[in-house]
Design a protein around this ligand. Structure first.
Ligand SMILES: NC(=O)c1ccc[n+]([C@@H]2O[C@H](COP(=O)([O-])OP(=O)(O)OC[C@H]3O[C@@H](n4cnc5c(N)ncnc54)[C@H](OP(=O)(O)O)[C@@H]3O)[C@@H](O)[C@H]2O)c1
Length: 284
């Protein structure tokens, strides 16, 4: 099929008619590709992925059971939907390479940090639908957080299709493009911050005498449970924190240490720094 815009109410649970090219099936591209297969969003025959190194292409095609090669132009020729997953500085060269195979019926979803929809639109030079996405690695388990924003030539149906695709791998929000670098600094990089917090809590558990495996389980489940409380109750995190904090109890003593250690300010600064860096990535 060459026209991927479908009526919103006709968007099927699976997208059997869409042929997908994943250009740059590295860490993030590989996670998305495998998650889409696992969720039965696309069948293996619908996907053509590319990487830079032929030996990796061969290994991945065996591992995933999908067509993985190094010929981007060929992958795009056969595709309706093109996912861009190379490093930000590699995007201009990749776009120049696939240009001859791009037509206005195709749609690009780029999850390269920092690269704007406008930059992609200008590089391709045709009125092509370009959507920018910022997913994160928990998409591997269907627990991702993805922000989407639209370029100038995206129809409502195409946007709904992108939402539908990323909803299969977690929570999806739509934002104005001016917020995409902030999303990158918060939820794109965020899993790394949370792993450090979990690792530190587990280490703390060991310090107060817990076996490491028990401490790690308790720390991770506590982070999971607290996240679930925020998302499912809709209560402000401060209110949920207050419910744990008995007057003159032990939690308030723990919180005192966190505040003195500057955890709150440190996290704010971490997201600010990552956001700032996200603004620069496309430049190399
Ligand atoms: N990692 C994350 O958590 C995350 C989250 C959100 C967004 N992103 C975005 O995802 C993109 C990739 O990041 P990553 O962490 O997944 O990096 P990565 O693992 O290095 O993936 C990049 C992939 O691109 C391939 N590649 C390089 N040049 C190519 C070309 N000319 N044609 C086809 N494939 C090519 C590489 O092939 P080889 O394997 O053969 O070298 C590699 O598989 C970045 O733009 C990043 O901003 C990443």
């Amino acid at each position: 099929m060459s026209e991927i815009a479908v009526e919103a109410n006709e968007i099927p649970a699976q997208l059997p008619q869409v042929r997908v090219a994943v250009l740059g099936a590295g860490k993030m591209g590989g996670i998305l590709l495998q998650a889409f297969l696992k969720q039965n969003l696309f069948a293996a025959e619908q996907i053509h992925a590319t990487v830079a190194h032929p030996e990796r292409a061969l290994a991945l095609s065996i591992q995933w059971g999908v067509d993985v090669g190094t010929d981007n132009l060929e992958a795009v020729r056969q595709a309706d939907l093109i996912l861009l997953g190379v490093k930000p500085f590699q995007v201009p060269e990749l776009l120049a390479e696939i240009l001859p195979a791009l037509t206005p019926e195709k749609m690009i979803v780029s999850f390269a940090a920092s690269v704007t929809t406008r930059a992609i639109e200008e590089a391709v030079g045709i009125e092509l639908a370009v959507i920018r996405a910022m997913p994160n690695t928990p998409a591997a388990l269907g627990a991702g957080a993805t922000a989407l924003c639209r370029g100038r030539f995206v129809s409502a149906q195409q946007m709904e299709m992108a939402e539908r695709i990323f909803e299969t791998v977690g929570r999806t929000v739509t934002v104005n493009e001016k917020h995409m670098d902030a999303v990158t600094g918060l939820s794109g990089s965020g899993p790394a911050y949370i792993y450090i917090i979990i690792e530190a809590l587990a280490e703390a558990g060991v310090k107060v005498g817990l076996p490491r495996d028990i401490a790690t389980q308790l720390a991770a489940q506590t982070a999971f449970g607290a996240s679930k409380m925020v998302l499912e109750t809709g209560y402000h995190p401060a209110l949920l924190k207050d419910a744990v904090t008995t007057p003159a109890g032990c939690t308030i003593d723990g919180i005192l240490e966190l505040e003195e250690g500057g955890l709150r300010v440190t996290l704010i600064k971490a997201v600010m720094r990552a956001t700032e860096r996200a603004r620069q990535l496309a430049a190399g």
